[in-house]
Design a protein around this ligand. Structure first.
Ligand code: PLP
Length: 469
């Protein structure tokens, strides 16, 4: 890594509330990170060594059977899974009387489960609204929204919520948005969920909210008592690095929206008549039992216990992580923004500007670079060069098509033209018509340190700031 050095960092927000200083945590828990600047925590954060050790200790010390039968090994799995479920709800301050948690593979599965179930709620299907900053996994829901859909910007959401108060229609409606953009880290107004509930007298008129919390929860607390969404999708690996597991959190009073799901499988039913009559009875005891198709990923669920333990021991709270990563993101922003070439031309174009305010901005930086002549530097070239310097970042549109197009100012017809010209997700058509087709993204995590971000800053200074010759 070019010119990086560990300087003492005395800022009060740096690793505030952590069990010890972040350099010690790094040495003990993430030894492999001493060799590289890992800046793709929005892809996944990394797991601590002691998490894997305590999980493997647990695995070799117990016999875990397939849950939900009478044997001791099965009972043990069931008990552990149910405890972890409650613990995970508590992690998001969700009262188990009000919310239930369905274990799923990842956020995308959680979103798909809501959408496919809501489709069976009413014979007309449902109407869907999604925010322009949505991940592709939210955008795709529109394909099964038979009553139509709309893509919203902030002001459209506000206007739509205002109209809800006077609307008589009972057409099922779902509004979905990310709590944080995975593209540029903007934190969206979670208050929308609460406003939808109050505009419809607590979920009457069949209007529901789906909060995609996948990006937010990796570096910030999520308080479901406060946020009050009907459905929440998230992936645990983005918080803890491991296990590969996700959750759909369901407000019990909104569960009717998804209860008419037609498919059943595995242990989700109390009785099935397999031949002769088409009859089955769904499980009645709890919401999660009706949605967890097939065998639970029980080893992963058990691993989540160790993940929460380890995380709390190392970092104390999500609020501490938000403070630490927010400080570092602003540190990067403040150092990249002023960079100039010899002719005073600007080097680094960052697409967000409110770094330092955790209510509106998370630790993700989307940017592009320009040379001294004002030409955009191809993003894949920067990514390749960064990889050679052992800096791991991401380039492209980060599965966020609406966000990318609006940052870069591409219209629908521009995008169609690009597709016809051969542009494909993940290719190296970096600059078309003199403008970038995607962005570079760095994203920070709980264990990111000054050295990581200094490596990036030095890299850009060394390779992309042109000095007078
Ligand atoms: C990562 C992410 C997803 C998708 O998560 P998966 O674990 O890949 O299903 C969806 N939305 C946002 C905002 C994300 O950051």
């Amino acid at each position: 890594m070019p010119g990086s050095s560990i300087e003492e960092c005395n800022d009060a927000n740096y690793a505030r509330g952590y069990c010890t200083d972040v350099e010690t945590i790094r040495e003990q828990e993430y030894p492999l990170l001493s060799e590289t600047a890992y800046l793709d925590h929005a892809g996944t954060t990394l797991y601590a060594k002691s998490l894997i050790e305590s999980f493997s200790q647990d695995m070799v010390s117990n016999i875990y059977g397939n849950p939900h039968s009478m044997s001791l090994s099965s009972q043990l799995s069931t008990k552990r899974a149910e405890n972890v479920r409650l613990r995970a709800l508590k992690f998001f301050n969700a009262d188990p009387n009000e919310f239930d948690l369905v274990f799923v593979a990842n956020s995308t599965s959680a979103i798909k489960l809501v959408a496919e179930s809501l489709r069976d709620f009413d014979s007309r299907g449902f109407w869907y609204g999604y925010h322009i900053d949505s991940h592709t996994s939210l955008v795709g829901v529109r394909e099964i929204a038979d009553m139509g859909y709309q893509c919203f910007r902030d002001a459209d959401v506000d206007a739509w919520i205002t109209e809800l108060g006077t609307e008589q229609s009972k057409v099922p409606k779902l509004l979905a948005f990310p709590a944080q953009s995975n593209l540029h880290g903007r934190r969206l107004p979670v208050r929308w969920c609460k406003q939808i509930r109050s505009a419809t007298n607590g979920g009457g008129n069949n209007v529901f909210s789906l909060l995609d919390a996948a990006s937010l929860v990796s570096t910030a607390p999520l308080d479901l008592a406060e946020a009050a969404p009907d459905f929440v999708a998230l992936s645990f690996y983005k918080i803890f690095g491991f296990p590969d597991l996700g959750a759909l959190i369901v407000r019990k009073s909104a569960a009717r929206a998804i209860e008419k799901r037609k498919y059943f499988g595995g242990g989700t039913v109390d009785m099935v008549i397999a031949s002769g009559a088409q009859w089955h009875a769904k499980k009645e005891a709890s919401i999660h039992e009706r949605f967890e198709d097939g065998t639970l990923p029980f080893h992963s669920i058990i691993a989540l216990d160790a993940a929460i333990d380890t995380h709390q021991r190392l970092y104390g709270s999500m609020a501490n992580i938000s403070t630490h990563t927010g400080f570092l993101a602003k540190y990067v922003y403040d150092r990249l923004t002023p960079l100039r070439h010899f002719n005073n031309a600007k080097v680094c174009f960052i697409y967000q500007s409110s770094y330092g305010d955790p209510t509106s901005q998370g630790p993700i930086i989307a940017f592009n670079l320009r040379n001294s002549q004002g030409e955009w530097v191809p993003k894949t070239e920067v990514e390749k060069q960064a990889a050679k310097q052992n800096i791991q970042l991401r380039s492209g549109s980060a599965c966020n098509p609406g966000g990318t197009a609006s940052l870069l100012g591409w219209t629908t017809s521009d995008l169609r033209r690009h597709y016809i010209a051969g542009l494909r997700c993940g290719d190296d058509n970096d600059v078309l018509e003199g403008r970038p087709t995607g962005i570079l993204r760095i994203s920070l995590g709980a264990m990111t340190n000054r050295k990581d971000v200094d490596s990036l800053i030095c890299f850009i200074k060394d390779f992309y700031v042109e000095k007078a010759s």
